[in-house]
Design a protein around this ligand. Structure first.
Ligand code: HEM
Length: 520
């Protein structure tokens, strides 16, 4: 084949080339001495192809390995409830009614690996990257509104207990409950997780929540505490265990497929973004600490105020480049948004960018999916795969430091007054004083409708029946402290050894009642 012919083909974008741009004229046979071999070592095209293939995988996320993603936009309402939003935050993306900001969302399951079934009982990740004019904002949340623990020091142990056994590589409820029976603060999350809320029917019909209290900061530098919630316009749908089992028997990609196909046929899923607002401070009048991520702020006390909506209208073009390499982090905030002192949030904020430097590489922020859509000009440079193509406008290219009199990048003007909360105290290792580990869990148990409660008991009894008696007893004690009936029913279920068909009947009966609404 002549060079001319190759060039022609190559420039039409359809000719197969290697990664050096050389047209590949024979993709069927390696070069060999005679047709029966041996192969030779100067086989550049083969070595290049196979060695790249050998490196196709990057480490999967240590948690949330299985995910599905989509592009879309966020549209602001310009208000929070009836008030102008500028009263509470100066974040530009929220200010103007109708203003659109591009987003990328990744939904996920948590515990198992990249190809695990999407029907498992597990929280679901709900991570949103907003490409704002002030740079990126990541809201890295879950479908459930609370979490298992409140101290980040416990996270690696918790994940080890939830992941498969290091010897058998099998997930084991006994290991999970062995850990959880020492964490009474997890009672509330367990109550949600073992109810139908622990298996959302798919990604489109589930809520999202930022879980933590964050802060909003206005022009004067005044901060308020906020919690974020996504409400699906498609409605909420959760599964009973046996429905999940039936789906899993046939399809373990059902949630990814549901999302992809809905977007492909133009049935774009939408969520409304709500916030709950609380004045900054310790709130001694409450029986819980507002910074405690194991607690709900009840709607009746802290109403959900709409601030905008999100529409997902484009599937990724390449799963690996977008969904696998996207990197979210709780530290990624824009002006007008801030952290609270929630310790779990602060622990997370280190963990995400740390793991991404390892998982994706030190220049992960230069990848198209992670790169802000606004200009980036930084003196951080080098590292593996540094392929910046943009530099500071009018920047003296010799000056990669700041400050400088001879033409480097300059600091930005502060867009508003700095938020400067006063903090003082001894350095201690202590839990918060208002733990109240059981009150809200009991309330959630009572607020569930019958089918949710019946499923909860049946799922807990099923899982706990694989645990030794000491663990069962500790868990029953925890549930009893939440609500006497709750503890009693789990104990009775364990004593009867799951042979109670009444429970099974009650589940079936209650399933006919349809889907849950959200009273929380
Ligand atoms: C993913 C750590 C708690 C939601 C991850 C990853 C790590 C991590 C290391 C993998 C990130 C990556 O490879 O890109 C932690 C730690 C926590 C914590 C240390 C507590 C101390 C939470 C909580 C939530 C949450 C409370 C929900 C509010 C997520 C989500 C992802 C994730 C949604 C997947 C993000 C994606 O789709 O790429 N977490 N996590 N995590 N975490 Fe957490």
């Amino acid at each position: 084949m002549s060079n001319e012919h190759n060039e022609q083909n190559n420039s039409d974008g359809k000719t197969l080339t290697n990664r050096q741009g050389h047209p590949v004229t024979n993709n069927q046979n390696v070069r060999t001495v005679g047709s029966r071999g041996p192969t030779t070592l100067e086989n550049y095209d083969f070595l290049e192809k196979i060695s790249h293939f050998d490196r196709e995988r990057i480490p999967e996320r240590v948690v949330h390995a299985r995910g599905a993603g989509a592009h879309g936009y966020f549209e602001a309402y310009g208000t929070v409830g009836d008030e102008p939003i500028s009263k509470y935050t100066r974040a530009k993306l929220f200010q103007e009614r109708g203003k659109q900001t591009p987003v990328f969302v990744r939904f996920s399951t948590v515990v198992h690996g990249g190809n695990s079934p999407e029907t498992l009982r597990d929280p679901r990740g709900f991570a949103v990257k907003f490409y704002t004019e002030d740079g990126n904002w990541d809201l890295v949340g879950n479908n459930l509104k609370i979490f298992f623990i409140r101290d980040p020091l416990k996270f690696p142990d918790m994940v080890h207990a939830f992941k498969p056994d290091p010897v058998t590589n099998i997930q084991d409820p006994e290991r999970m409950f062995d850990f959880l029976c020492h964490q009474p603060e997890s009672a509330h999350m367990i109550t949600f997780l073992f109810s139908p809320w622990g298996i959302p029917a798919n990604y489109r019909e589930m809520q999202g929540s930022g879980v933590h209290a964050y802060k909003w900061v206005n022009e004067e530098g005044k901060g308020v505490l906020v919690k974020y919630h996504w409400e699906p316009k498609q409605g909420i749908k959760n599964l009973a265990q046996k429905d999940a089992d039936a789906i899993q028997a046939k399809n373990f990609n059902h949630a990814t497929q549901d999302l992809y196909e809905a977007i492909e046929k133009g049935d774009y899923p939408e969520w409304e973004l709500y916030v709950q607002i609380m004045e900054d401070g310790e709130h001694p009048e409450l029986d819980f600490d507002p910074l405690d991520p194991t607690k709900l702020w009840y709607k009746e006390d802290y109403p959900w105020l709409p601030v905008g909506k999100m529409v997902l209208n484009k599937n990724p073009e390449n799963y690996f480049a977008e969904v696998e390499q996207v990197a979210f982090g709780t530290g990624v905030l824009v002006d007008g948004l801030d952290f609270s002192d929630d310790k779990l949030l602060q622990g997370r904020t280190f963990s995400y960018s740390d793991t991404q430097r390892y998982r994706v590489g030190s220049n992960y922020l230069q990848l198209p999916i992670n790169k802000p859509k606004k200009h980036v000009a930084s003196n951080q440079e080098g590292g593996q795969m540094d392929y910046r193509t943009e530099f500071g406008k009018d920047q003296n290219p010799h000056v990669n430091y700041e400050p400088s009199l001879i033409g480097g990048l300059k600091e930005a003007k502060n867009p508003g007054k700095e938020h400067e909360p006063y903090i003082a105290g001894n350095l201690v290792r202590e839990t918060i004083s208002r733990e109240n580990n059981f009150g809200q869990a009991g309330e959630t148990y009572r607020r569930f409708n019958d089918w949710e409660r019946n499923e909860l008991i049946s799922n807990l009894v099923g899982a706990l029946s694989n645990c030794r008696k000491e663990i069962q007893d500790r868990m029953v004690e925890i549930f009893t402290q939440c609500d006497e009936d709750y503890g009693k029913r789990v104990r009775e279920g364990l004593e009867k050894g799951m042979k109670d068909n009444k429970m099974e009947e009650a589940v079936q009966e209650a399933e006919k009642m349809g889907h849950p609404s959200d009273p929380y």
